[in-house]
Design a protein around this ligand. Structure first.
Ligand code: PRP
Ligand code: URA
Length: 209
């Protein structure tokens, strides 16, 4: 069973509350998503390995540490995952960025793929899949299927808000993938929206409704 980590940092929780409010407009929603993504990137990279490096300061030679191990790639699921990219890159500026285009069919709620573009060495990288919402888990599962089909073996999923149903689906389909979230909400409604949730993340981010 893949692990689930909830980042319960007070500033993440506070900013998420502001995002949930229906009065919060697109500009503030975008800024808050970016800020939370930066804080989550800080938390998700907490256990990265370090290695010794010899450097020279202006005064002398010394041994310091720098991040080692696999290179990273982030992969936002379009559209709403785009709102997490800049915040994440502010912590890990050297990460490469792939894109997966998926939308949920409004009737079946099943994901439909329309775009896939990855860095050529994606299979050699630690991949962090970004999407604010994990509802039924269909989109995340399909995105992970696509990444595994391209040879990726080291995948993490980072969401803002998850429904228990989505977590269960990803854990069943992809037990090797850890899930990192800011909150686990109560349940899905009859339209497969997360309750209490924050509404349609893509529409709120881009002002399309
Ligand atoms: C939203 C969200 C996820 C998906 C989650 O995207 O950003 O990708 O729904 O739902 P699921 O877990 O049930 O698959 P949406 O399909 O609304 O596409 P959009 O971002 O292009 O609006
Ligand atoms: N997609 C969203 O943007 N919000 C939800 O609550 C569910 C799916």
């Amino acid at each position: 069973m893949g692990k689930v980590v909830i980042f319960e940092h007070p500033m993440i929780t506070h900013k998420l509350t502001l995002m949930r409010c229906k009065e919060t407009g697109a500009k503030d929603f975008r800024n808050l998503l970016s800020e939370i993504s930066m804080l989550m990137a800080y938390e998700i990279t907490r256990d990265l390995p370090l290695e010794n490096v010899e450097i020279e300061t202006p005064l002398c030679k010394t041994t310091c540490k720098k991040v080692s191990g696999k290179k990273m790639a982030i992969v936002p699921i379009l559209r709403a995952g785009l709102g997490m990219v800049d915040g994440f890159l502010s912590i890990v500026p050297v990460a490469k960025v792939g894109h997966i285009g998926l939308y949920r069919d409004p009737d079946t709620h099943l994901p439909v793929e329309y775009y896939f573009k990855m860095p050529p060495d994606i299979a050699d990288r630690t991949v962090i899949l970004l999407d604010p919402m994990l509802a039924t888990g269909g989109s995340a599962s399909a995105a992970i299927d696509c990444l595994k089909a391209r040879g990726c073996t080291d995948i993490m999923l980072m969401n803002l808000v998850a429904a228990p149903e989505g977590i269960e689906r990803v854990q069943n389909n992809h037990p090797d993938v850890g899930i990192y979230v800011a909150a686990v909400d109560e349940r899905l409604n009859e339209h497969c929206y997360i309750l209490p949730g924050l509404g349609d993340a893509g529409d709120r981010l881009f002002g399309t409704k």
